[in-house]
Structure formats: structure tokens, C-alpha cells
Design a protein around this ligand. Structure first.
Ligand SMILES: C[S@@+](CC[C@H](N)C(=O)[O-])C[C@H]1O[C@@H](n2cnc3c(N)ncnc32)[C@H](O)[C@@H]1O
Length: 227
């Protein structure tokens, strides 16, 4: 049961999704800024191919990828987020497929079955981020790309670990060092291609790790829950 271990923690994302679309809005104040990064993430994915949107939420990134010519499968552990994504797909079909899965267990996808994985604002919410990074490596063929973007670890220094503006909901969040992500990339069969602190001239809000899948096999999962 891929979702059972995280089930309680992840139900917060279902509640958050409901707030997110409520008229009062539950969007964090940095949302417009993080959205400004999305075209860069899509560009880093490279030429059109088969792309997995790992932790697709309500599908904003999946839609942007599809509009750029990619064949997209979005996976998420929140049924509410997925239902929002699916409703958008029904309203304006782009050929995106959505599946209810944890990014830490993508067993229904064969090895090497994607050209790229894009995961935006997901890894710090995942207890076993190492497993997620290894699963992404497994499903992407050697030479394929991985783009992992998330709130910069330094953004949280001195801030509460509950998303501001989320109406008091405590979303699951594990703040980790950049080095722990880099170690996972390396151990899971990714070669770092680019690291972007964004925006460049201010205290960084986001970090983007762009990587290429190497030919070596991923190692087994080692949970990294903390710093
Ligand atoms: C901040 S939202 C980002 C959504 C989307 N990537 C975007 O950029 O709009 C984080 C998403 O990660 C999902 N998520 C958290 N842990 C997950 C897991 N283990 N497997 C799959 N999805 C997960 C949540 O349900 C939520 O939809």
C-alpha cells in the first residue's frame, strides 16, 4: 500500500486543496513569485517527451508541460488535488493522465519509461525524499532529465514550519540541507547539471536542482527525514 505510511500527514494536503480554491484563498503570499519560476522549470525539462509531474497537485505544472508539447502523467497522493486537476482536464483536454500515487512508490511505471521527471514544491513534504529521488531516477531512462524545485532551506530559517497563509493548517514539511538532497541525487543515479538559487539577487526563495540520469543503477532507499 504505497500511501498508507504517509496517509495521516497527507490528508492535510486534501484540506489545503479545499482552502486553496475557496473564495477567501489559502494561497501562501509567495505563490505569485514561485509561479514566476514555472516557465524556467519547463525549459529545464528540455525537448518535448514523456514527462512525469511528480506531486502534480491541481495540475498547474502538468498543464504548462502539456502546452509545451510534452506527454504528461501527473501523480499525487491527494485525491482532492487530483480531482481539481482532473476537472481542469475535463474542461480543457490536453491529454494529461493523472494517477493517485505516492512519489516514493511508482511501481506501476516500468524502469526507464519517462524522458524526464519534474517535481515542483514537493520534496520537503515527503518523509522519505531519498526514496522519491530514487524512484524518479528509476523511471527516467539514462540521459533523461530530472528537475526538482522547492522552497530554499534557508527560506525557513526563523520562520514557522507551517506554510504562512495556509489558514493554520500544519502541512507536512521536513526542512533538509541542500547537501542531503545533493547526496540523494548522487546516490540515486542522477548527475547534477545545474543548481539555481532563485531569485538571484535576494534572499533565495526557491532552489532548483536540474540533473541528468546517469547509466549507473540507483541504490536502495535510505530515509532522510531531517537536516
Ligand atoms: C505545494 S503542492 C505543489 C503542487 C504542484 N507540484 C505545483 O507546483 O503546483 C505539494 C503537492 O505535493 C503532494 N505530495 C506531498 N507528498 C506527496 C507524496 N508522498 N506523493 C505524492 N504527492 C505528494 C501534495 O499532495 C501536494 O499536491
Amino acid at each position: 500500500m504505497p500511501l498508507s505510511r504517509d496517509a495521516v500527514r497527507l490528508s492535510a494536503w486534501d484540506q489545503f486543496a479545499r482552502q486553496f480554491v475557496a473564495p477567501s484563498g489559502g494561497q501562501p503570499p509567495y505563490h505569485a513569485q514561485t509561479n514566476a519560476l514555472l516557465p524556467t522549470l519547463v525549459a529545464l525539462v528540455g525537448r518535448p517527451g514523456r514527462v512525469l509531474d511528480a506531486g502534480c497537485g491541481e495540475g498547474a505544472v502538468s498543464r504548462m508541460l502539456a502546452d509545451s508539447g510534452h506527454a504528461v502523467i501527473g501523480v499525487d497522493s491527494s485525491v482532492v488535488q487530483l480531482s481539481l486537476a482532473y476537472a481542469q482536464e475535463q474542461r480543457r483536454p490536453r491529454g494529461i493522465r493523472y494517477q493517485h500515487l505516492s512519489v516514493t512508490d511508482l511501481a506501476c511505471f516500468a524502469d526507464d519509461s519517462f524522458d524526464a521527471v519534474l517535481s515542483n514544491q514537493v520534496l520537503p513534504s515527503v518523509f522519505d525524499a531519498h526514496a522519491a529521488i530514487c524512484e524518479a531516477a528509476r523511471v527516467v531512462h539514462p540521459g533523461g532529465r530530472g528537475v526538482f524545485a522547492f522552497l530554499h532551506p534557508s527560506y525557513h530559517v526563523g520562520r514557522p514550519l507551517c506554510s504562512p497563509g495556509s489558514g493554520g493548517l500544519t502541512l507536512p514539511f521536513y526542512n533538509r540541507s541542500l547537501q542531503s538532497y545533493l547526496r540523494s541525487l548522487q546516490n540515486c543515479g542522477w548527475a547534477l547539471d545545474a543548481l539555481l538559487d532563485w531569485p538571484r539577487c535576494q534572499r533565495p526563495l526557491m532552489v532548483v536542482l536540474a540533473a541528468v540520469r546517469t547509466a549507473s543503477s540507483p541504490t536502495t532507499s535510505i530515509p532522510i527525514a531531517g537536516w
